[in-house]
Design a protein around this ligand. Structure first.
Ligand code: CP
Ligand code: NVA
Length: 302
């Protein structure tokens, strides 16, 4: 039987995604130290890029559930010395129960999954960051209820986070207003499937009108450090400031996956202000991923 993977938010149906969000909320509210559904199970975590939240939340989540997690860096495994990915996938998956990868190219995760005998989780690629969306959506549902029919505004780079927001809009039936500078729009390959769920804007203020949720991310993602200067110029009119929050709904909230650069993509006033929920969002990585691990490893999928 082929294992069930979580490489994209689209790997879950709308019902499965909602169930997973509600389960994450439940796990957060009622932590039972005797509930150890993954006792003796092992999660391998392969990180080609840095991480604070993803690494700690997966590691802590496995411990809470009675299992354990292995941190693997290409620097000190054979992965970094050219062992074929398909061989590594076969070997690693023969010894552990689940594998999480954070990689430079999305294809690394899809190729690994093709050859893995256990579930594979995308812990961020250059194209998508679906685990972050589980936490973001959990946070919205907790604070404001179901996001169906709401308006979410994405301001900034059409990057991996933006792509996963497009997928969330498709699965949870909300409208995503996307405001990006010319040349930084999301991939057409991804946005073309979203139809009426997304609307493009060149002006950030217009995109934010009457929004229920405003979201942004860094202007230069991991691997784009040398573009920082050019991007700082290109994105100068796309900072989430108090002026942006002022045109959104009065009870609108602000999210950012973190790490953030204060006074670049978001003003200090906004990220540290009363509408910001970034720390609840970060904590929810733990609860949402516990729900994900339970879903992938404890349910029988056909
Ligand atoms: N948001 C997020 O994925 O954070 P890390 O890079 O710290 O894992
Ligand atoms: N877009 C960012 C997200 C970091 C969690 C990056 O890829 O670096």
């Amino acid at each position: 039987m082929k294992p069930r993977h979580f490489i994209s938010l689209l790997d879950l149906s709308s019902d499965e995604l909602r169930q997973l969000i509600y389960r994450a909320i439940e796990l957060k509210q009622h932590r039972d130290p005797n509930y150890q559904p993954l006792k003796g199970q092992v999660l391998a975590m392969i990180f080609e890029k840095s991480s604070t939240r993803t690494r700690i939340s997966f590691e802590a989540g496995m411990v809470h559930f009675g299992g354990s997690a292995l941190f693997l860096s290409p620097r000190d495994t054979q992965l970094g010395r050219g062992e074929p990915l398909r061989d590594s996938a076969k070997v690693i998956s023969s010894m552990v129960d689940c594998v999480m990868l954070r990689t430079n190219t999305h294809e690394t995760v899809t190729t690994f999954a093709e050859h893995s005998s256990v579930p594979v989780i995308n812990g961020l690629t250059d194209q998508q960051h679906p685990c972050q969306l589980l936490a973001d959506m959990q946070t919205y549902f907790e604070l404001r209820g179901d996001i169906k029919g709401k308006t979410v505004t994405w301001i900034g780079d059409g990057n991996n986070m933006c792509h996963s927001y497009i997928h969330a809009a498709m699965r949870l039936d909300f409208t995503l207003n996307i405001a990006c500078p010319e040349g930084y729009y999301p991939d057409h390959e991804i946005s073309q499937h979203a139809h009426e769920h997304i609307r493009f804007f060149s002006n950030a203020i217009t995109a934010a009108q009457q929004a229920d949720l405003i979201v942004t991310d860094v202007w230069a993602s991991m691997g784009q450090e040398e573009e920082q200067q050019a991007r700082t110029i290109a994105f100068k009119d796309y900072q989430v400031s108090q002026a942006i929050m002022a045109v959104a709904k009065q009870d609108a909230i602000f999210m950012h996956c973190l790490p953030a650069h204060r006074d670049e993509e978001v003003s200090s006033e906004v990220i540290d202000g009363h509408q910001s929920v970034v720390f609840a969002e970060a904590e929810n990585r733990l609860h949402a991923q516990k729900a994900l691990l339970e879903f992938l490893l404890c349910n029988q999928h056909s």
